[in-house]
Design a binder for this molecule. Sequence first.
Ligand SMILES: [Zn+2]
Ligand SMILES: [Zn+2]
Length: 148
Amino acid sequence: MNRSDSTFTPESVTEALRREGLRITRNRRGILQALFESVRPMSLQEIQSAASVHEGSRPDYATVFRMIMLMEKLHLVHKVNLQRSCSYYEISDPRKHYDHLVCRSCGNVVLIDTPCPIGDAEKKIALQHGFRDLSHSLEFFGVCATCP
Ligand SMILES: [Zn+2]
Ligand SMILES: [Zn+2]
């Protein structure tokens, strides 16, 4: 996948998956829709039930698992750890940036979409260690406004 692709839409992702030989069924379309609609990372189970909201889409767990693994390999989704026992995934638009705030109390996850708080530090780190093309995903843990 070309990371400098200027479009990142359900259509472009569908196209990328087709190029990998994946047949885009209703189930898989439902999974894509669920990923694009979600405002926070989801576990595989959550992706499965979110996909089932869409018409004609009722993917089984294995279908979700295989599709997400392929998408991760192609950098179309990325894994978010959230310090929990299972993995969470979210769509990975190369033009966007993904740092998260996680509430330790209720588990609420918020995507930080302001300019990256460590953007400059990243450049410095790259320079210092002779690395290029750095990326990161930060997870800040705290207590959210609605929790006591
Ligand atoms: Zn909370
Ligand atoms: Zn960042």
